[in-house]
Design a protein around this ligand. Structure first.
Ligand code: UT7
Length: 325
């Protein structure tokens, strides 16, 4: 039996030039480097320049992923962008990136699942590739989260950063076993009861403003560990694998303590977890592809490795995917 699998053939990422340290934030907020490092593991974050938009970050990450894959925009027929911070309310950032890449063919759209957005975008692109209707997709997570922050709120202002990550997915016929390359399984969940624990207090249809990010961090933390452990188990079972098969965990980078707790639930040693939260902070939908690209480029992720991706965010939404490199 053969199966049409979505294989990641290239990764790329982009971080804006300006770096904001914890001390920079402590200079204008009632916080400290010691508190931020101890409670979150974050040391610094990147901030987009004035006039630099989510689509600029995403387009640059996409160019780098295309170069790594040995592809040009002409080889791509689908663009899916995960973002909670579009340049404009509409059109979709995906179509802006499509234009910036010089493409006039294919389909391009955004998905909104906040921090889980990349898992949602990957799952949707995988399904479209599996349908046979598309051959190669750019899946991008791109965010300018700092534009949603209330800079007077120390409970959220210290947590987020800007950036983008991208992968090129290619449909390839594979033997149809757990040893196949590509996305072996993915699972998505949502539960809208928890909207108030992590949301933006504005929007085009409610206030006519963009609004600011609001979070009850302690409650989100509690749900995150439980939900992530559960969906990781689900996805491994769906792929016919166990936690012992995982080579690398590439988690959403919200808080070092959540990363460590989820790795412990899998009995995975700390050196098998890709960590970028220290220098990227929480970049929402960009965090998983940013971490993935870091581990691919420094040679940690090698052909044959089983890579487990997971994320949880506003909605609540959460998801995981098992990908063979
Ligand atoms: O990406 C989507 C998913 N998001 C997450 O997964 C985030 C999950 N939550 C977290 O990462 C953590 O809950 C936080 C990092 C947001 C907060 O850490 P915590 O250990 O849960 O702290 P806390 O909210 O319980 O606050 C402890 C204390 C409070 O003071 P009191 O009430 O004990 O006097 C806060 O006011 O720390 C205070 N605090 C701060 N102090 C210095 C909150 N923010 C700061 C700050 N600097 N920036």
């Amino acid at each position: 039996m053969t199966k049409r699998r979505s294989v990641i053939i290239g990764t790329g990422s982009y971080l804006p030039q300006t770096v904001l340290s914890n001390d920079d934030l402590a200079a204008r907020l009632d916080t400290s480097d010691a508190w931020i490092v101890e409670r979150t593991g974050i040391c610094s974050r990147h901030v987009a320049a004035p006039g630099e938009f989510t689509s600029d970050l995403g387009a640059e990450a996409a160019r780098r992923a295309l170069a790594a894959a040995g592809c040009t925009p002409a080889d791509i027929d689908l663009i899916v962008v995960a973002t909670a911070t579009p340049d404009q309310t509409f059109p979709a950032v995906a179509t802006v990136i499509q234009h910036k890449l010089g493409m006039t063919h294919g389909a391009a759209f955004d998905v909104a699942a906040v921090c889980s957005g990349f898992l949602y975008a990957l799952t949707v692109a995988d399904a479209l590739l599996a349908s046979g209707g598309y051959g190669r997709a750019l899946v991008i997570g791109a965010e300018t989260m700092t534009r949603l922050l209330d800079w007077d709120d120390r409970t959220t202002a210290v947590l987020f950063g800007d950036g983008a990550g991208a992968v090129v997915l290619e449909a390839q016929m594979q033997p149809g076993s757990a040893a196949d390359r590509g996305v072996l399984a993915s699972r998505l969940h949502s539960d809208g009861r928890y909207n108030d624990l992590l949301h933006v207090d504005g929007g085009p249809s409610s206030t006519g403003t963009t609004g600011h990010l609001r979070m009850k961090g302690r409650e989100v933390f509690r749900h995150a560990v439980v939900n992530l452990a559960s969906v990781m188990g689900e996805v491994l079972e769906a792929a016919g694998l166990t936690a012992a098969d995982v080579t690398w965990l590439v988690p959403h980078q919200a808080n070092l303590r959540i990363l460590e707790a989820t790795a412990r639930k899998l009995n995975l040693p700390a050196d098998r977890v890709v960590i970028t939260v220290d220098r990227h902070a929480n970049t929402s939908a960009a965090s998983v592809p940013l971490a993935l690209d870091a581990a691919v480029r420094d040679g940690r992720i090698q052909p044959g490795d089983l890579v487990l991706l997971e994320a949880m965010g506003g909605g609540f939404t959460w998801g995981a995917a098992a990908v063979r490199w």
